[in-house]
Design a protein around this ligand. Structure first.
Ligand SMILES: [Mn+2]
Length: 336
C-alpha cells in the first residue's frame, strides 16, 4: 500500500461540497461512495459510478465537468488506473485543484509507477496501490473516521465479499449473493439506467439500509439467468497448461472463474463476457494480473481484468473467440 502525504484526515471541518467517482461494478465500489455520502450528507447525484473503459470514463468526465464548481472536492474510490485512463483522471484532478478543491483517492488495486507519479502525487491524500488487508470501502471508512454500528457491520460483509472469503453464517452469504447477482444483472443495463439504479443502491446504503427491496427482487429475477450462463460457459472451455478460458455473457465473475478452474482443473480461470468484450481472471497461485496488464488492464495478483479490442476480435463469431482464447493462453504460458 502506498500512502501519499499526510495520514491525518481532517474530519472536523465540513467540506463545502464534493463529487465522488467510484467503481460501479460491485459492493465495494458502491459502498465506498455511500460512506462518503453518509459522512458529508451528499445527494446521490453527487456520486458518479465509473469503470475502466476509456470511452465510458470520458462520459463520466463530461458529467464531472458539469458538476465542478469552486471549492468542490473530489473523492475517487475503488478505482485503479491503466494507461488509457491516466490522462483523463489527471485532467479532472488538475481542474479540482485549480478551483481550490481537495482531491482524495482511496484504492486497493495495483498501481504502476507512472500512475503513482502522475496521479497519486497530485492528490491531497492518496491511500492507493495493492492492499492485502483492506478493500476500498474499509480504507474509505478508516480515512473518514466512520465508526458507527452500521458501517462496522457492513464493512465486515464487504471485506468477505471483496476478498472472496466464504462467510460462515447463512445471512451474510445470502446478502453477498444478492449484491453479486444484482450488480451482474445491472451490468447488462444501458449506461444511463445502470448509473441511476446504482445511485439508488448507494442512497439506500448511505441511509443504513443493507438490502434494498428492489435489489433483492432483481437478484432473484437474475438467479436463473446466471445459472443458464454458467452452463453455457462450461461448454466453451479451452485449456492450455495451468490456464483455461471460457465464454458466455453476464454471469457472476467469481462463480464463472471458479467453475472454469474446477472444470478444467487449472490454476487460472478466465471468463470472457462476449457482450462487453471484457476478460475476468482469477487465480489461486500465479499472479494473473501480469496477463491482464499485458492486454492493458490490471487489478490484483489473484483477481484482474482487461478489455478485449472489439475491432480485433469479434466475440460474437466463433472465429473471434478462438483467436482471443489462443492469444490469452499463449500469453499465459509465456508469462506465468
Ligand atoms: Mn474493490
Amino acid at each position: 500500500m502506498t500512502q501519499m502525504k499526510s495520514r491525518k484526515f481532517k474530519t472536523g471541518k465540513r467540506l463545502p461540497k464534493a463529487i465522488v467517482i467510484t467503481h460501479i461494478a460491485d459492493l465495494d465500489g458502491i459502498l465506498s461512495g455511500a460512506l462518503i455520502m453518509r459522512k458529508y450528507n451528499l445527494s446521490k447525484n453527487d456520486v458518479l459510478f465509473a469503470d475502466y473503459n476509456k470511452e465510458k470514463l470520458l462520459e463520466i468526465e463530461k458529467m464531472f465537468n458539469k458538476k465542478l464548481k469552486k471549492g468542490v472536492s473530489l473523492f475517487i474510490t475503488d478505482i485503479g488506473v491503466n494507461t488509457s485512463t491516466i490522462n483523463i483522471f489527471k485532467r479532472m484532478i488538475l481542474k479540482v485543484k485549480k478551483n481550490k478543491g481537495k482531491v482524495f483517492w482511496f484504492d486497493h488495486h495495483t498501481w504502476n509507477n507512472e500512475a503513482l507519479e502522475k496521479l497519486a502525487s497530485l492528490c491531497d491524500i492518496a491511500v492507493v496501490n495493492e492492499n492485502k488487508l483492506f478493500c476500498a470501502a474499509e480504507i474509505t471508512a478508516k480515512e473518514l473516521e466512520l465508526k458507527d454500528e452500521f458501517t462496522k457491520k457492513i464493512l465486515k460483509v464487504v471485506h468477505l465479499s471483496d476478498f472472496n472469503i466464504k462467510p460462515k453464517d447463512k445471512k451474510t452469504k445470502q446478502l453477498i449473493g444478492y449484491y453479486v447477482l444484482a450488480t451482474t444483472y445491472y451490468s447488462s443495463f444501458n449506461d444511463k439506467k445502470r448509473q441511476k439504479i446504482t445511485r439508488n443502491i448507494a442512497e439506500q446504503l448511505s441511509k443504513s439500509i443493507f438490502t434494498p427491496k428492489f435489489l433483492v427482487n432483481d437478484a432473484k429475477k437474475f438467479e436463473r439467468i446466471n445459472e443458464i450462463h454458467l452452463k453455457e460457459l462450461l461448454s466453451t472451455i479451452k485449456k492450455s497448461g495451468t490456464s483455461a478460458v471460457g465464454f458466455t455473457k453476464y454471469v457472476s465473475t467469481n462463480q464463472a472463474c471458479e467453475a472454469i478452474q474446477r472444470f478444467a482443473n487449472v490454476d487460472v480461470g478466465i471468463y470472457v463476457n462476449t457482450e462487453t468484450n471484457k476478460a475476468h481472471l482469477r487465480s489461486k497461485v500465479a499472479d494473473c494480473s501480469v496477463i491482464s496488464r499485458s492486454f492493458g488492464g490490471g487489478g490484483h495478483p489473484h483477481a484482474s481484468a482487461f478489455e478485449i479490442n472489439k475491432k480485433m476480435y469479434n466475440l460474437r463469431l466463433k472465429e473471434g473467440r478462438e483467436k482471443i482464447s489462443d492469444e490469452i493462453l499463449k500469453r499465459a504460458s509465456k508469462l506465468l
